[in-house]
Design a protein around this ligand. Structure first.
Ligand code: PMP
Length: 294
């Protein structure tokens, strides 16, 4: 079913509206000038995983673009939980978005209303654990992650996804699942919607997130790895170094932990570490049952 014709409700500027009526005008600042920020969250067993971190990042993303959300952290969390509850789903994808409205046109629009919406839908993991363990195929992206002085790279800003869509389409047109982007210096950066982690001799290697999103999922996976005594090396990685890694996987809210079998000319074999972290992450995201008080 197309996304604009579904049943249900969307939280829109503080109230629930019918899913089909959650619209914007064509002369909305965000549509013309990219002034929108969003989040991607997942609920497991009725709870949004890392809701606080995602909600804070939404607020921060807006601030980086120069606007203040009309809701505070706790209001955003309450609205998210209420939207999830209204959806009737326990395992779901959650998409909050905030944007500059349509009162004035032109690049400058300091007084346009800031709107916010939250939608929840069923979006299962791309692959089952068994399928995931075969690994996905990536090619190199035609575009690079820009210099932090060129774009506000720490904002999850809709406008920054333009190079992701172009790169993902180019990869899909060649039969690949996704594309791996280098950064402006030629170091390995991330895929079009997730960070990347490599494995060599039982240790993890992941690019320093200095010009792209510091994935909340990657941070969680790094913490799980540390608990398992697996060392994490965060540093610059040149593409040639991929020849020395044996496993590779994507980490992101939507991707969760997704092993990779191929990146351009390099081959990987999902093995013990990918499998361990993939399952440990799926375990970690489940709401923890608090032991009943005596
Ligand atoms: N990079 C990009 C470009 C993304 O879109 C995402 C998904 N939000 C990530 C990384 C992963 O971030 P997170 O784990 O915080 O969802």
């Amino acid at each position: 079913v197309p996304f604009d014709s579904r049943d249900g409700v969307i939280w829109y500027d503080g109230k629930f509206v019918d899913w089909k009526d959650a619209k914007v005008h064509v002369l909305t600042h965000a549509l013309h000038y990219g002034s929108a920020v969003f989040e991607g969250e997942r609920a497991y067993g009725g709870e949004v995983y890392k809701l606080r971190e995602h909600s804070q990042r939404l607020i921060d993303s807006a601030e980086i673009l120069g606007f203040k959300l009309p809701y505070g952290l706790e209001e955003i969390e309450a609205a998210t939980n209420a939207t999830l509850a209204r959806s009737g789903l326990v395992d779901a994808y959650v998409r909050p978005i905030a944007w500059r409205g349509s009162e004035t046109m032109g690049v400058s629009a300091p007084n346009n209303t800031i709107h916010m919406a939250i939608a929840v839908w069923e979006w299962p993991s791309y692959f089952s654990p068994a399928e995931k363990l075969k690994g996905i195929r990536l090619t190199w992206a035609p575009y690079r992650r820009p210099d932090p002085l060129t774009i506000p790279c720490k904002s999850k800003a809709a406008g920054l996804y333009m190079i992701c869509t172009i790169s993902k389409h180019a990869a899909e047109a060649q039969g690949y699942t996704d594309a791996l982007m280098l950064d402006y210096r030629g170091y390995v950066a991330e895929s079009t919607g997730a960070n990347i982690v490599f494995v060599r001799d039982g240790e993890l290697y992941t690019p320093q997130p200095d010009c792209f999103l510091d994935s909340i999922t990657r941070q969680a996976v790094e913490a799980i790895a540390a608990r398992h005594g697996i060392k994490v090396n965060r540093r610059h990685i040149l593409p040639e170094e991929l020849a020395t890694f044996t496993e590779a996987f994507l980490v992101g809210t939507a991707a969760e932990v997704t092993p990779i079998s191929e990146i351009g000319e390099y081959r990987f074999k999902p093995a013990a570490i990918s499998e361990l972290l993939m399952h440990a992450y799926l375990d970690e995201v489940q709401p923890k049952k608090v032991a009943a008080a005596e």
